[in-house]
Design a protein around this ligand. Structure first.
Ligand code: ADP
Length: 263
């Protein structure tokens, strides 16, 4: 199990391993360090005709970081996630993920980008009529993995999330916390260098949430960069991780070892 964790940081799929030539600003000066996983450079996003969802957001998240993005409803958190997955294009500004400038990334490369960015959602997004094993296997099959690889990888990742004994259970036979573990397993089975979590503990009780956070912490410690949107004040305060706070589409705080609110 630990072998799997250790390998996560160095077996990432091709896209994020082969970045564009070092990005430059208008003067030809390098602006992106090789150690950056995510760079937002003055990103504005206006939903037509005139909703300013992001009003010029800039930050750098280094490889291996664990970062919370917090802020009230409507502050732009989901917009950032959708931009990072190239579901949306910025109105202006530049977004670089794993060295790749997403504004220059061809449409045909978007599936490869998504394979390099694991996603975990508040509502788990599991197939109701499939077992835990099948939910993870399905994601691998879509990516063209062989049955041999699936039979090897799925039990490994189920063990990693502590659910080896629930491989045959369908979502309605699992607790909320267990369902979220399956969805985390599905997100990390192919060792993405970046994991984006959108309110992963939003539907879970506090004790269960602690277990999920411990699992994500372990995945991060093994090398996976994590960006997590969260409304869970207590959790954000407890973790003492970097916190980027948004309000009305602007970054109002970026603290190394922050809490949900400024103390
Ligand atoms: P959060 O995730 O923090 O709740 P969002 O990124 O969803 O915030 O939204 C930021 C702003 O953009 C809000 O004012 C929201 O109403 C608006 N918005 C989000 N998606 C759309 C859309 N598809 N069309 C128009 N406005 C949108």
């Amino acid at each position: 199990m630990d072998d799997l964790l250790t390998s996560m940081s160095d077996t990432s799929a091709a896209l994020l391993d082969a970045p564009d030539a070092v990005a430059t600003n208008g003067n030809g000066v390098a602006t992106v360090s090789a150690t950056a996983m995510i760079v937002l450079e003055d990103v504005r996003k206006v939903y037509e005709p005139d909703v300013v969802a992001l009003g010029g957001a800039s930050f750098v998240i280094e490889k291996g970081e664990f970062v919370f993005v917090v802020g009230p409803s409507g502050s732009g958190k989901s917009t950032i996630i959708r931009l990072l997955l190239k579901e949306l294009e910025p109105t202006t500004g530049r977004i670089i993920v794993g060295g790749r400038d997403l504004t220059r990334l061809k449409r045909s490369k978007v599936p490869l980008l998504r394979r390099n960015v694991g996603c975990v959602f508040q509502d788990f997004k599991l197939l109701r009529d499939r077992s835990a094993f099948e939910n993870i296997a399905y994601a691998l099959r879509v990516q063209g993995e062989s049955n041999t690889a699936i039979r090897r990888k799925v039990p490994e990742v189920l063990a990693l999330v502590g659910l080896a004994h629930k491989a045959a259970s369908r979502p309605d036979e699992l607790s909320g916390g267990e369902q979220q573990r399956v969805s985390i397993a599905r997100a990390v089975v192919n060792h993405p260098p970046l994991l984006i979590c959108d309110e992963p503990t939003g539907n879970l009780d506090p004790d269960t949430s602690v277990g999920i956070m411990q699992l994500l912490h372990r995945i991060n410690t093994a090398g996976t960069t994590i960006l997590m949107v969260s409304h869970d004040r207590e959790m954000v305060d407890k973790m003492r991780k970097r916190v980027i706070a948004l309000d009305h589409g602007l970054i109002v705080r970026d603290e190394r070892r922050g809490g949900y609110e400024t103390e």
